[in-house]
Design a protein around this ligand. Structure first.
Ligand code: PMP
Length: 409
């Protein structure tokens, strides 16, 4: 028995009883950070919390009141496992704003897109199956994939997103090694954590590669509507209706509602509804009615534009602070979303440096959180969504002190 296992048995009498899949459940580095980063004196560039104060309280309370007056009994009741029909109708209009044509019948409402990710993984993954994902990838997806005992194979990306030739090469390699490839998980727009966007040409190429090798594509698009200048390129789902598409109200409205959705090809949709019912019976009726009312009665596109403006200014503040303080380093300059991906000098280790940063009252997420294979030591994810422009500038100055200190400058 290893020292680790020994410790486990002493602290937890049920240690030997857990299912093998429980071994995949470990606190993410982001989660461990939240406690420290939430101290008021720390500038947190760590979590990806949307700036919910950008949404007027009065707008939400008006919706709450109307829902209770007009739909009280239904909003407080269990509902359909697929989701409230009115909301699914609205969701098709939201997706139309991103160029996707779909029927409300093919939408499954979930408890955030996080749960949609969990359901899709549950439906497709047996222990040992391979999921292809960008290098780096969303920490919350890696956690789910691990919990279903998937092997995660990271595929290289660059400033234009996932590299098609690298994907093709990896697929061929894994197939030759007798691995079972199940799906490609991709965040094509304003990537979390890399901040890059997949070009239109590459989208077409990647879909072609996946079709040719019979690999399902799982497109995760919570940030697509948060473009700063030009709108995001067409969704993969708008180019190929075999794609499973995940959307969310967490970044365009508020994450507290916990409402996201999956748009899936017919047969998969049926399985998703069954899996949803089995996991949660139904998504929150209350949240669904409130969001439906909000979409009915407010100019939601204008609200999204307000968020875009706020995030754009904050992104600019971060890029300016990086240019002023750390001109010799490199970073991505996103055209939307929440995140900048910073590359440190080779001799630094983002994970090892974190305690020193917290001592300097700045928090970030080490790149290692976004790799299943130990990569990312030379990277940092910086979030600009939540702190003010002044805090961002202060945070980057503090980070500069830390990096200079590590380099002994
Ligand atoms: N996918 C990505 C890429 C994310 O960044 C997030 C939230 N951080 C989610 C999915 C989950 O979002 P939610 O469950 O709030 O819809």
């Amino acid at each position: 028995m290893t020292a680790q296992a020994n410790l486990g048995t002493r602290l937890d009498p049920w240690y030997d009883h857990y299912a093998a899949r429980a071994a995949g459940l470990s606190a993410s580095e982001v989660r461990a950070l939240f406690a420290v980063a939430s101290r008021p004196e720390v500038v947190s560039l760590a979590g990806g919390m949307p700036f919910v104060a950008g949404l007027p309280n009065t707008v939400v309370s008006a919706s709450l009141e109307r829902v209770m007056t007009e739909h009280g009994p239904q909003a407080l009741q269990y509902g359909s496992g697929q989701g409230v029909p009115e909301l699914r109708e609205h969701i098709t209009r939201v997706m139309a704003a991103e160029g996707i044509t779909a029927s409300p019948d093919d939408v499954v409402v979930t408890t955030g897109s996080q749960q949609a990710l969990d359901l899709v993984t549950k439906l497709f993954i047996d222990p040992g199956d391979v999921i292809l994902a960008e290098a780096p990838s969303y920490v919350g997806a890696i956690g789910i994939f691990r919990s279903y005992q998937a092997k995660i194979s990271h595929v290289a990306m660059d400033a234009h997103g996932l590299i098609p030739a690298a994907l093709e090469e990896r697929i061929v390699e894994l197939m030759a090694a007798g691995e079972t490839l199940k799906f490609l998980y991709t965040i094509p727009n304003f990537h979390n954590p890399a901040g890059v966007t997949l070009t239109t040409d590459r989208r077409v190429e990647i879909l072609e590669i996946c079709r040719r090798h019979s690999i399902l594509v799982l497109e995760d698009n919570p940030y697509g509507m948060l473009a700063f200048d030009e709108p995001a390129p067409p969704a993969l789902r708008s180019l190929d209706d075999g794609v499973i598409y995940l959307g969310s109200f967490s970044k365009t409205l508020a994450p507290g509602f916990r409402i996201g959705w999956a748009l899936a090809p017919h047969a998969i949709r049926e399985k998703l509804i069954l899996a949803n019912e089995s996991a949660i019976l139904c998504p929150s009726s209350f949240s669904q009615f409130v969001i439906s009312d909000y979409l009915d009665n407010t100019d939601w596109l204008t609200q999204i534009n307000t968020f875009r403006g706020i995030y754009h200014s904050r992104k600019n503040a971060m890029i300016t602070a990086l240019e002023d303080n750390l001109p010799s380093l490199s970073w991505t300059n996103p055209n939307g979303g929440f995140f900048v991906w910073l590359t440190l000098p080779e001799q630094l280790d983002s994970k090892a440096m974190l305690p020193r940063a917290v001592k300097e009252l700045v928090a970030y997420t080490p790149g290692t959180a976004f790799y299943a294979d130990g990569g990312g030591r030379q990277n940092i994810r910086l979030s600009f969504c939540y702190p003010t422009e002044e805090s961002i500038a202060l945070g980057i100055r503090r980070l500069t002190t830390v990096i200079r200190g590590e380099l002994d400058l």
